[in-house]
Each structure stands twice: as C-alpha cells, then as structure tokens.
Design a protein around this ligand. Structure first.
Ligand code: F0G
Length: 420
C-alpha cells in the first residue's frame, strides 16, 4: 500500500494567520479559509481541501462527540445540537453468519437528525456564520436537507433545500419541513438538483452546504477518528477495514483525510490505515465502475434507480478525493442489488439495529465480499450505517411485516394467535 502524504510537505502559506487554509487538490492553489464564499478553486474549479499547519495525535482529543476532535477541526466549537459519539454495536449473529474475527456496526443514524450529516453541518453552518452569509442551501436525497434545516434553524439562518421530486423518503422531507426549510421539489434527479444549487451559489444567492463544501468533510472526519479510538479501546487494535455506503463519496473522502492526517501526526502507521471499502446500489454505481475499470475519472450515470434513495446518485462529486482513498488504503468498491439491501436491512433489524436502506449496503457488501473471499476471515471489520430506520418508514414497513387486523376482544385475539 502506498499512502500518499503529499500534504505533509506543504509549506504553511501566507493566506491565514490561523494555521488553517484551503488548498486545491488539482492545482495546489491556496486560499484563506473564512474570508470569502468559495466552494471550488478560483483558478481551475478543482475540489478544495482544508489544510492545517499541525495535526493532533490521539492524546490531544478530549471531551465527547464531534467536538472532542476540535484539534483536528478548523475551530473549537460549531453550531451544535450536539452530534457524534454514536454507538459501535456488536452484531454477533451477523459476525457468525459471514465468518469474521470481528464485526462492528457504527450506527450514524443515532445522530441528532438521524444521519451522519450532522457531523458535517455542525462545522459547515458555523463557517457560514463566520463568513457572514444568511441563506444556506443544499441539494439532497433527503438526509442533508434534514440536517441543514435543523442546524440552520439552530443557527438562526434561512435554509433552502432542493429535492428530486418524488424520490425522497417521507421522514426526511418531514424533518426539513418542520425545521422550517423552504423546500423546492425539482423535476429531475439528485445530480440535477446539485447542478441547480451550484448555479445558485455561483450567482451569490445561497451558501452551499453539500459535501462539495470542504468544511462539511472536516466534521465527517470524526466518524473515522471515533471508530479508531473505540476499536482500540475495545480490542486493542484498529480495524482492518471500514465498509461504507457511497453516494457522493464525501464520507469516503473524509475518512481517508482523517487517516492521512493521523499518519502525518505519527499517530497511525501507514499499514494500520483501514481499507476503505465502498458499497453502491447496483442501479447507481459509477464509483464501482471506476474502481473496477481502473479509471481515474467518473462516468456520470444519467439514469439511476434504487430502493436506497439516499444514494440514488449518478455523479459523485467527491470522486477525485475518494478514488485515491479506496485505492491507496487497499480497499475496493462493489455494488449490491435492492434485494440484497433489503435482506441486509432485515438482518440488522433482527439484531435490534434499525437502519434505512442505503445504510444496509455496508452489511450487504460485507456479506458479498466475504462470499467472494475478498475479505479475509481474519479481518476486523467495521460497517458504517449512515441513517436511521425511521428516515424511510415506507421501506421499513415494506421490509418488515404488515399488522394483522384483530377484533377488540381477548378471546378473538387468542383465537387469531392460535390460528397461526
Ligand atoms: N447513506 C445515507 C443514509 C445518505 O444519506 C448518504 C448521502 C450516503 C449514505 C452517501 O454518503 O455522499 O458521503 O457518499 N446522502 C446525501 C443527501 C446525498 O443528500 O442526504 P456520501
């Protein structure tokens, strides 16, 4: 494994007195972090990354949740609800079924709005306040919109969300509505919504809080930091592999960055970096295609379809950050079909862990990769589940059992039960 440590050699630029700056991953241009609204590189439109003069080690972390990791973040505290410190479940029956040395499930559905998006929003909304913008916006398959609406409300800011019409799970739209976001349903898919909101941002109408915004990914790094700390505390070792659902590939990029920074700090050896393994739905799998075919660029899928609507995405904007993450950690990417997703959702539910369909991809993925022997029985694996079961009540209801109609008397109920 060759872990790229390019950022290590980068000199502290003359753009910040804070020891934090933005660097374009394509052309290397550097920018001050908080002085202007900027989502991509002014020169080449490449993706930006937050860079630091110093990186903390595990000893520098204290407190609870996302802000335990403030030394690895651009400031001390964000607009917080609070977020992070999600459970790392054991799933003994699934572990037995797939045959692994260790299998844990990091349930990000236990964040305040029910998905990992909260970890990024606590940072991103604070940056928006610091820069001084007043209208926040995102395109979303649902969870980002719920998180933006809640964190925007908490920060006292106006929020606008663009959703693909008819393709967002009920729980997520309900959250965005109740937290007071203005909801625009676009006649198009998620990628179309992202094109529209980027255009609005370019015209100065809104501050963009999709994962294209490099500050969002800083908060999401803390998933990786928590996993490493918890696994180490649990079994005295870091996990060999982290398996995660992939849509825009923001999490994949964020986890890779978290691990690279730990390596730069001397807190993690390159060979200890977990193999990042991305799972997509078969009907929306451009990252899997790029990994399988060895392409450096993503082919945008115009037609996407999957029951896992959260990851119904054909143009993963963070691919230039995420593809090296998968490759350089020795991971891989595979797709799973909708039936495999629902079966995994049920299997997790049988262990008491309730997740939405996209989240179940990581479990469907570990099953598949174990069968193919791509994952070794000796590995310690963590699967990320990204959103809560209640996000998509229709799918949960469909995957579970329907209620029985019974009369309003005990004898009748007993008769009904005896009839099974
Ligand atoms: N899982 C869930 C539940 C999601 O909501 C998303 C993304 C992902 C996985 C994919 O994560 O983009 O970091 O690879 N949802 C976005 C949204 C697109 O609008 O809520 P990624």
């Amino acid at each position: 494994m060759s872990l790229r440590l390019a950022a290590e050699a980068e000199p502290t630029p003359d753009v910040s007195d804070d020891e934090v700056w933005l660097t374009c991953i394509a052309c290397g241009a550097q920018f001050a972090p908080f002085e202007a609204v900027r989502f991509t590189c002014d020169n080449c439109d490449g993706l930006l990354e937050v860079r630091y003069a110093d990186h903390p080690t595990f000893d520098d972390f204290e407190g609870h949740g996302v802000w335990r990791y403030s030394e690895a973040l651009p400031f001390d505290k964000g607009v917080s609800l609070p977020e992070g410190a999600t459970p790392l479940h054991e799933v003994p029956r699934l572990r037995e079924e797939v045959g692994l040395r260790a299998l844990r499930v990091k349930h990000e559905g236990m964040n305040p709005t029910g998905s990992f998006k909260d970890r990024g929003m606590t940072v991103g909304v604070k940056v928006a306040k610091r820069i001084g913008v007043d209208r926040l916006a995102c395109a979303s398959t649902g969870n980002t919109s719920a998180a933006l609406a809640a964190y925007g409300a908490r920060g006292g800011m106006e929020t606008l969300v663009l959703l693909p019409e008819g393709k967002v799970a009920a729980g997520k739209v309900a959250q965005a509505a109740l937290h007071g976001a203005r909801i625009l349903e676009v006649d198009g898919n998620f990628d179309d919504c992202l094109d529209r909101v980027q255009d609005l941002a370019a015209r100065g109408e809104v501050y963009l809080l999709n994962s294209l915004n490099p500050f969002r990914l800083e908060g999401q790094k803390t998933i990786g930091l928590e996993i490493l700390e918890e696994c180490y505390a649990d079994y005295g070792a870091f996990p060999d592999r982290i398996i995660l659902p992939v849509g825009n590939a923001g999490n994949t990029s964020a986890l890779f960055k978290a691990f690279r920074e730990l390596v730069q700090a001397g807190a993690l050896r390159p060979e200890e970096v977990p193999k990042l393994t991305g799972i997509q739905a078969a009907g929306a799998a451009p990252m899997v295609e790029a990994i399988t075919e060895g392409n450096d660029e993503i082919r945008r899928w115009e037609e996407v379809e999957t029951r896992a609507t959260a990851i119904r995405i054909g143009n993963p904007v963070n691919a230039p950050k995420a593809l090296p993450g998968i490759r350089e950690t020795g991971g891989t990417a595979v797709s799973v079909n909708d039936d495999e997703i629902t079966s995994a959702q049920r299997a997790l539910a049988e262990e008491g862990v309730g997740v939405e369909p996209a989240s179940a991809c990581s479990i469907a993925g570990v099953r598949k990769l174990r069968k193919q022997n791509i994952i070794d029985a000796d590995e310690r694996v963590v699967c990320l589940t990204t959103g809560h079961l209640l996000k998509d009540p229709d799918e949960a209801y469909r995957a579970g059992g329907a209620p029985d109609a019974v009369p309003n008397d005990t004898e009748g109920i007993l008769e009904h039960l005896a009839g099974d």
